[in-house]
Design a protein around this ligand. Structure first.
Ligand SMILES: [Zn+2]
Length: 473
């Protein structure tokens, strides 16, 4: 058998080991891994001498703003940014225009994504008061999971009450889909923000004052209670504080199916960055005080926090630089810089390369039922590969990033690692730091390969089920 591509000379990294080997790819799948002289003949070869070969990152939290906000990003620019960042699968958030909360808007988004994507993707649907009756249709329409906003965010999606959340969990639990939570309690931050605004506070640091960590602690605790009651699977997005780790760890200890992510900006930025970057650093939840950072690293090492994601949330420069912090759009791009930033920290010895591929690839694949098709370099797995140079000094320059949004708090930061080539199912999407234009539109939705066995539902209120059935009739 002739392989399509054999990569020679690199060091392959798995969660357990790093080793020199060649890797053969055929029809988008890894055919063999082993000694160079054991590889089959190949149509094409790539010399990866001196480079490391990682499973492509799976970023379960991006906002590509398509449809609705082309000045911020679209599916082409967003997935091109992913390709440059060694990210081979993204899960895109549903706070677009229109919101993805019914079968029609979901079908439209599938059309948009499949026409433009350079990398594979999953699509989230909103779970809220206006979509609870559409849960089955959304699952049938092909989603990777649900997103529930416990706090209002960009797109003004109303957050459900606790009662609404319980009903939503009851309806989703039997589908097996995981519910990803923006875990910030709206009523707390609304009151804080109103007081700060009334007091005339408009400087960037006031954003942090409006969202103390208790906003997240209370939300995680409450969501875990409802997940435990219903058996619903939940994922806590963008964990920003040390204080949130306790309710997360407690819930895990009780056997709740709860997972968590943190993002590079919570591990690497702190309260001093509001002075440096002003509104550019405004993000929800906020970048917090420095003492939060080490506990988040420790939680990644302990497995209390499972994965690294980015909350890639691009906006146009004028939307990030308004003088009044309360009018600045929240978030900034990150899908392209996550891997270089994290590997720079790995180079400093903060964790091992093996830890990194567990957080960035293996664990997200397992949590969303894509493993071992995705998230691992193993014969039979999709050839989703990031080939990186761990000895490359460079400086992040916003003007040079693929994202339409050329403004971030990473501008000017020194990095020591860089993805050189990215392959999705054996196809180069970025090669020698050049976007492979012909790969546009080759990305596929991964919902078709997702396997999430349905958990044993608990305490599902039969009256509620009857109401839902009656509404459908
Ligand atoms: Zn987000």
């Amino acid at each position: 058998m002739t392989a399509d591509l054999v990569i020679h000379g690199g060091t392959i990294v798995s969660p357990d080991a790093s080793y020199s080997a060649s890797i053969a790819i055929k029809d988008g799948v890894i055919l063999a891994i082993g000694a160079a002289d054991a590889m089959p003949a190949a149509t094409e070869t790539l010399d990866a001498t001196g480079l490391h070969i990682l499973p492509g990152a799976i970023d379960v939290h991006v906002h590509f703003r398509d449809p609705g906000y082309p000045q911020k990003e679209d599916f082409a620019s967003g997935t091109a940014a992913a390709a440059f960042g060694g990210v081979t699968t993204v899960f895109d958030m549903p706070n677009t225009l229109p919101t993805i909360n019914n079968a029609e808007s979901l079908a439209d988004k599938h059309r948009i994504a499949s026409a433009k994507a350079y990398v594979d993707y999953g699509l989230y649907a909103v779970l809220g008061d206006d979509s609870i009756d559409h849960v089955d249709a959304l699952v049938e329409g092909g989603i990777i999971g649900f997103k529930l906003y416990m706090g209002n965010t960009f797109g003004r999606i109303p957050s459900p009450s606790t009662g609404g959340m319980l009903e939503a969990f009851e309806v989703v639990a039997p589908t097996g889909k995981r519910i990803s939570l923006h875990a910030e309690t709206n009523s707390i931050m609304e009151r804080r923000e109103a007081r700060l605004r009334a007091a005339g506070r408009t400087s960037p640091i006031a954003h942090l004052a409006a969202r103390p960590a208790v906003v997240a602690v209370e939300a995680v605790e409450r969501a875990a209670t409802l997940a435990e009651w219903t058996g619903a699977r939940i994922h806590v997005l963008h964990i920003s504080s040390a204080a949130e780790l306790r309710p997360l760890a407690d819930a895990k200890a009780r056997g709740v199916d709860i997972t968590g992510e943190t993002c590079p900006h919570y591990l690497l930025l702190d309260e001093t960055d509001y002075e440096k970057f002003g509104g550019v650093v405004r993000v929800n939840p906020p970048v917090r005080e420095k003492p939060n950072q080490q506990p988040l690293w420790d939680a990644l090492m302990d497995g209390i926090v499972d994965i690294i994601a980015t909350d890639h949330a691009p906006h146009a420069p004028d939307e990030k630089t308004r003088p009044d912090i309360w009018t600045v759009d929240c978030g900034f791009p990150g899908v392209e810089t996550q891997m270089p930033l994290m590997l720079t920290e790995i180079n400093k010895g903060r964790a091992s390369l093996n830890d990194y591929v567990r957080w960035s690839a293996e664990s997200p694949a397992k949590i969303w039922g894509l493993y071992p098709r995705k998230g691992t370099l193993t014969p039979g797995s999709d050839a989703d590969i990031a080939i990186v140079d761990l000895d490359r000094k460079w400086t992040i320059d916003d003007a040079a990033i693929q994202s339409t949004s050329k403004i971030s708090p990473w501008h000017g930061r020194e990095a020591t690692a860089l993805p050189i080539h990215t392959l999705v199912r054996g196809r180069f999407v970025m090669k020698d730091r050049i976007l492979q234009e012909k790969a546009r539109g080759t990305g596929r939705s991964v919902h078709a390969i997702q396997q999430m066995p349905v958990p044993e539902p608990r305490n599902i209120d039969t009256t509620m089920a009857a109401i839902t059935i009656a509404q459908k009739a």
